[in-house]
Design a protein around this ligand. Structure first.
Ligand SMILES: NC(=O)c1ccc[n+]([C@@H]2O[C@H](COP(=O)([O-])OP(=O)(O)OC[C@H]3O[C@@H](n4cnc5c(N)ncnc54)[C@H](OP(=O)(O)O)[C@@H]3O)[C@@H](O)[C@H]2O)c1
Length: 284
C-alpha cells in the first residue's frame, strides 16, 4: 500500500506519518511549504507521479475564526481544493480519506450526533468542510469521510494542548465552560484511520474518544493528573466575542466504526491520561 498525505506537518499528519513509519508503509507527505493544495496542476503532477493506492487528505484551514474572517480563502482551501483532490483520486482510482468535523452540525440536538444526522453548519469553517464532503460524494465512490472533533496530542493547535505542553504555566487562564463536545486523542484517530484505509468499507465515520464534556472538564481532569497550580477560570463563549459561532452541543458518536470494525473508542479521560504520561511528563 502506498499512501499520499496532504497536511502532513499538521497535528494529525504528523501522528499518522509516525504510525505509517512504524507499520513500514510507504508514504509521501506534503504540506503547504512544499505544495499548496490550491495549485491543482502541481498537486495533480505530484499525486500522479507517486501513484498512491490511498490519498489521506488532512490539509485544511482548521482555524475556525480565520475561516470566518476570510471565507473565500477557506472555501478555496477546504472545499475547492478538496474537489480537485477527489477528481485526481477518481482519475487514478485511488481510495480517498477526507477528514471533516463535528462543526458541520448546528448543535441543537441534545444527544450525540451520529453519521446519519443531518448536517447544518453554523460557521464558515463548518460550511466549507461540509461542502468538501458533498463534492467528494459527487465525483468519487471510493471515499471515506472521517468526522472528528477537538484534537489533542503532540502538535495539536488547540488551546488546551498548547497550555498543557507549555513549561512555564500562567497563574490563571480563562476556559470555556459552556460548549459541550467530544475530544479526540490524535494517536487514537490515526490508528482508526489506518484501520479504515486498509478496508473496503467506504462511507462516513465519526471518530472521537467516547464520553464528552467541556474544555473546563478537560483541563480540570488534566490538573488532577498533572497537579499544576494554574487557576482555571470558567468563561462563557459569548464573553470572548469570537468571530465564528460554535455549536453549543456537538459531541459525536463513533457508531459506524465501532460496529463495522468491532473496536471500541476509549473514553477521553483514559486517552488524556495516556497523553500526559507518555508524552507530556516524559517530555517526548
Ligand atoms: N484540530 C481539530 O481539533 C480538528 C477537529 C475536527 C476536524 N479536524 C480536521 O482534521 C484535519 C486535520 O486537522 P489538524 O488539527 O491536523 O490540522 P492542522 O494541524 O491545522 O494541519 C493542517 C495542515 O494543513 C496545512 N495547510 C493549510 N492550508 C494548506 C494549503 N493551502 N495547502 C497545503 N497545506 C495546507 C496547514 O499548514 P498551516 O499550519 O501553515 O496552515 C497544516 O500543516 C483537518 O481536515 C481538520 O479540518 C480537526
Amino acid at each position: 500500500m502506498k499512501v499520499f498525505i496532504t497536511g502532513s506537518q499538521g497535528c494529525l499528519g504528523t501522528a499518522f506519518q509516525e504510525l505509517l513509519k512504524s507499520e513500514r508503509i510507504n508514504y509521501l507527505g506534503v504540506d503547504i511549504h512544499q505544495l499548496d493544495i490550491c495549485d491543482v496542476k502541481r498537486l495533480n503532477e505530484a499525486i500522479f507521479n507517486y501513484q498512491p493506492d490511498v490519498i489521506c487528505h488532512f490539509a485544511a484551514v482548521s482555524d475556525v475564526d480565520l475561516c470566518e474572517r476570510e471565507p473565500d480563502m477557506a472555501f478555496r482551501v477546504n472545499t475547492l481544493a478538496t474537489l480537485g483532490i477527489a477528481l485526481i483520486a477518481r482519475k487514478i482510482n485511488a481510495k480517498l480519506l477526507y477528514t471533516s468535523t463535528n462543526f458541520i452540525f448546528d448543535g441543537n440536538k441534545e444527544t450525540p450526533y451520529f453519521e446519519y444526522d443531518q448536517p447544518n453548519p453554523v460557521s464558515e469553517y463548518g460550511k466549507t468542510k461540509y461542502l468538501g464532503e458533498k463534492y467528494i460524494k459527487e465525483v468519487h465512490n471510493r471515499y471515506y469521510i472521517v468526522r472528528t472533533a477537538w484534537l489533542f496530542g503532540k502538535n495539536a493547535k488547540t488551546f488546551a494542548t498548547k497550555f498543557l505542553t507549555q513549561k512555564e504555566k500562567p497563574h490563571s487562564i480563562n476556559v470555556i465552560c459552556d460548549q459541550i463536545g467530544s475530544f479526540t486523542y490524535v494517536q487514537d484517530l490515526a490508528e482508526a484511520i489506518f484501520n479504515i484505509i486498509k478496508s473496503e468499507n467506504y462511507g462516513t465515520y465519526h471518530i472521537v474518544n467516547s464520553e464528552y464534556g467541556t474544555w473546563l472538564d478537560f483541563l480540570l481532569k488534566a490538573k488532577e493528573l498533572m497537579r499544576f497550580n494554574t487557576e482555571l477560570v470558567p468563561v462563557k463563549t459569548e464573553e470572548l466575542n469570537l468571530p465564528a459561532p460554535r455549536p453549543k452541543f456537538a459531541p459525536l458518536g463513533s457508531k459506524n466504526y465501532e460496529f463495522l470494525f468491532e473496536k471500541k473508542m476509549r473514553p477521553w479521560k483514559d486517552a488524556l491520561t495516556d497523553f500526559i504520561k507518555t508524552v507530556i511528563l516524559s517530555n517526548k
